[in-house]
Design a protein around this ligand. Sequence first.
Ligand code: SF4
Length: 435
Amino acid sequence: MLRNRSIFLLSLGCSKNTVDSEKLISQAEKNGLHFVEHADDADIVIINTCGFIADAKTESIDEILAAAEKRKQGEITALYVMGCLSALYARELRAELPEVDRFFGTSDMEEIIAMLGGTLSPQHLHERTLLTPPHYAWLKIAEGCSRTCSFCAIPKMRGKYTSEPVETLVKEARSLREKGVKELNVIAQDISYYGYDLNGSSQLNDLLQQLSDLDFHWIRLLYAYPQNFPLEVIDTMRERQNICNYLDIPIQHINDRILASMKRGISKDETIRLLESIRDRNPDIRLRTTMITGYPGETRAEFEELLEFVRDFRFDRLGCFPYSHEEHTSVYATLEDNVEKEKKQERVREIMELQEGISRDNNKQLERQTIEVLIDEADGQTAYCRTQYDAPEVDNECILNMGEADLKPGDFCIAMIEDSTAYELYGTVLVPRNH
Ligand code: SF4
């Protein structure tokens, strides 16, 4: 048993990886193992890697190489690598990095705990040691993905879609609430498919209603997939005070030829109909999406169709990424990565420039309005906050003068918005809000 050893876990990549890391740390701590916040204080280093796109792969490899150097110098006694990159490339990495003591995939928690000399305790699998600020947490409702998007290797890294049963998730959420979490962010690779693998029908609305019955102040939905999206969820969102009027729904593109080549399983018309019905059902909703530019064969005309759609539909929040030609994806073997890098970047710039104007206009509407915010950070009299329309780590920030108000991270308050830019709101705290 390695009880007297200190362990550092570096969690890279997405929020789903963060949840995996939090569960691993909690299980290890149940076995008396001790984690430290800095690699320099650790005997053992574990790296939870990301393998989504080239930049993420490079970051993961750089971190492994840095730790491998420490291992070679004897500064650490063991180095373990887990997660998506390891799931895809364990054989290649093993050959190139003998300093790594062992490689694990994305669902090897029991093996990792056993290797650390402990025993997995299934009755505590709903418990987590949070890596996020204590007032918000991610709730991962399913593992893997059963979609076949041509540009994505995640199904290869994380396996097919596996929903966590509703009762298990409610238990996990309750334990997070008891820990003091106030904002629950519901995530998966694709939340729209939740439940279909269990009984052939969507269970997302049922889950959402049960989560909403718990005393969270905010519950937020992220990573919805446009096809089979259960619209009844939008009605529940409108009816329930503690469900944020917010939905993250990546659509990636709008041109029919490209959507078909991407194997998104949905057409331009169906996408627009879905998004419009969502807005009709909940007029206060804020929609976030993600786009990809420079997909193989994307013509100027097809890109301009996307640009026009962004101009007309006016998403509230939008991220855009250049297409990345990734091994282990179906398009990698079938299409050439024939849009030059500069052209991809240029198209990202055009979309984000357009979106900046849209976001500026939207934020202007909030000036001289009062709005509820959650404080993420406080520095002197300045509070860095978010509204219900802003997810952690990706959306707008609201920067407030707290004056004499004695508020801290995790507190809610009502703010008066006095000024804004494309991605920030500025104002003053009016009244604290107890929760
Ligand atoms: S929905 Fe598509 S893009 Fe998202 S994880 Fe699944 S295959 Fe990848």
